[in-house]
Design a protein around this ligand. Structure first.
Ligand SMILES: [Zn+2]
Ligand SMILES: [Zn+2]
Length: 208
């Protein structure tokens, strides 16, 4: 029963994300990593096993270092004691690295593990979402666009997905061309539609 409620809630979240530019699977995954970063600095940093996970990374990978920095900047209420304690646990490695030892910082980044798990779950969830014809249609007509990486993961799970993605991308490319055309002074009186102004961002997120 709990599982049903949970997936009902997540299906609702996908419904919401269809109204936004970008890949719903990427967005849910990033949100999940961000929640984890928040929990880590909110209370888990006091947990010795969490500190152990960090020091056996050792530390975070560059991508998640950046996410942590952004998160702490956006949430000053979390303070900087937690992150200082964590970084203190790898001080020896930092000095050793400067002394010529080859240390692969972030090789076993704990947030990469969180990200991989979340990505799997949300891929499954999205595959379940589009297995319903009506919802697949809703996705097809939406401004959201599953990124190239996740498209490749979904192709063998849903036989209609390739057709949907191609037709969506053709519409985006047409909108992009329309945007370019309307920037010509001869057509500058024609209104620019939302999709036309957003086309570059849809493509950018599709490729990122
Ligand atoms: Zn994606
Ligand atoms: Zn990482």
């Amino acid at each position: 029963m709990k599982k049903e409620i949970e997936s009902g809630y997540l299906i609702g979240k996908i419904d919401e994300l269809l109204d936004k530019v970008g890949c719903p699977i990427c967005k849910l995954t990033v949100e999940s990593v961000d929640d984890n970063i928040d929990a880590l600095f909110y209370e888990n940093v006091n947990d010795p096993s969490e500190r152990k996970k960090f020091s056996s990374g050792p530390g975070f990978c560059p991508k998640h270092l950046k996410m942590v920095e952004d998160h702490l900047r956006a949430h000053p209420e979390l303070g900087i004691l937690g992150v200082s304690v964590l970084y203190g646990t790898i001080s020896d490695e930092i000095i050793h690295a400067l002394d010529g030892e080859s240390i692969n910082f972030g090789k076993n980044c704990q947030m990469c593990a969180v990200e991989r798990g979340a990505e799997r779950r949300y891929l499954d969830l999205f595959a379940q979402y589009i297995s319903n014809e009506e919802r697949l249609k809703r996705y097809e007509n939406s401004i959201s666009m599953v990124c190239l990486t996740h498209t490749n993961e979904l192709l063998n799970r849903n036989t209609n997905f390739k057709r949907v993605q191609i037709s969506k991308m053709e519409r985006v490319i047409n909108a992009l061309k329309e945007f370019i055309r309307k920037n010509d002074y001869r057509y500058s009186k024609e209104p620019i539609f939302v999709m036309e102004g957003e086309a570059w961002r849809i493509i950018s997120q599709f490729l990122s």
